[in-house]
Design a protein around this ligand. Structure first.
Ligand SMILES: Cc1cc2nc3c(=O)[nH]c(=O)nc-3n(C[C@H](O)[C@H](O)[C@H](O)COP(=O)(O)O)c2cc1C
Length: 269
């Protein structure tokens, strides 16, 4: 099937041959959660980080860092805290993408200036820089045949994690990233919302729920019903769908500890 059809779960008139190799590869992205034991050479790790650092950065302030987790004690700790994510921490490569306001605060003090950046703006810039660098790393990794999966679940135990990793004030995890050679050659591409819902022309148009329900149906036809979120709180839906899960997930105030951590160590400090 043509990659555009897989991505949207819709018939497409796009000639797959007209897709440039890099674009085809980006459109065929799928997160990978099962890795073979094949190791990633050190030189390739260097290339992946160079690709990450090649992403654009707000005013070239470069307000992000990666924390490459190689220490077996840290991996063991992560597995203890999040047993269901052992597959991610034990992947051949596990790195943590950080928003990093600490480095530039130090630079500012070093030059004898007072750091007066508006905290919300600085936080947003650092989070965006970190996300762009992570995506560049993902694209580079996938172009070498590696599979990847971002992991935001690590933010659920932020206090323990930040202490264990010696994160200074101003440094916050955006997500972990598991990387390795995929165990399987087949990929499960998860369909995305139709472009007409996401790409607005000239003026913003609120989404038409009919299009969203059509997407729910296409999603389920392509990859099956998603696991319902929070069944213990909301029960089981008659049909589980993407939009039902959006509503369920956003009905829960997730990660309160992370919110307080950000306020205390990144936004207010
Ligand atoms: C910031 C971010 C955090 C994520 N955190 C997790 C996670 O904690 N666990 C997980 O299994 N997948 C995680 N994912 C992967 C998403 O579930 C996945 O990208 C999404 O379902 C779409 O599927 P696809 O990447 O295969 O297209 C995360 C993705 C992003 C961008």
């Amino acid at each position: 099937m043509n990659p555009m059809e897989k991505r949207y779960g819709l018939k497409s008139n796009q000639d797959p041959l007209s897709l440039d190799h890099t674009v085809k590869h980006i459109i065929e992205h799928a997160s990978c959660r099962e890795f073979s034991a094949q190791q990633i050479p050190e030189s390739l790790r260097g290339i992946l980080y160079a690709a990450a650092q090649s992403a654009p950065s707000k005013s070239n302030l470069q307000q992000y860092s990666f924390l490459d987790v190689t220490d077996s004690r840290t991996k063991k700790k992560l597995c203890e805290w999040f047993p269901s994510l052992t597959w991610a921490f034990m992947a051949p490569m596990f790195t943590i993408a950080l928003g990093d306001l600490h480095r530039n605060r130090m630079i500012s003090a070093h030059h004898g200036y007072q750091y007066n950046a508006h905290p919300e703006d600085a936080f947003m810039n650092a989070a965006v820089d970190s996300a762009l660098a992570t995506q560049a790393l993902i694209v580079a990794a996938e172009s070498y045949g590696l599979g990847t999966c971002p992991i935001s679940q690590i933010r659920e135990r932020i206090e323990e994690l930040a202490t264990w990793l010696d994160l200074p004030d101003g440094c916050f995890p955006v997500c972990g990233l598991a990387i390795g050679y995929p165990l399987s050659t087949s990929k499960r591409i998860s369909p995305r919302l139709p472009a007409e819902v996401v790409v607005h022309k000239d003026r913003y148009q609120s989404p038409n729920m009919e299009r969203i329900h059509e997407y729910d149906a296409r999603f389920n036809a392509a990859v099956g019903e998603p696991k319902p979120r929070y069944p213990e709180r909301f029960g089981l839906p008659a049909i589980s769908t993407w939009s039902e899960n959006v509503a369920r997930q956003t009905a829960v105030e997730e990660r309160d500890q992370f919110r307080l951590f950000l306020k205390r160590r990144c936004i207010l400090s």
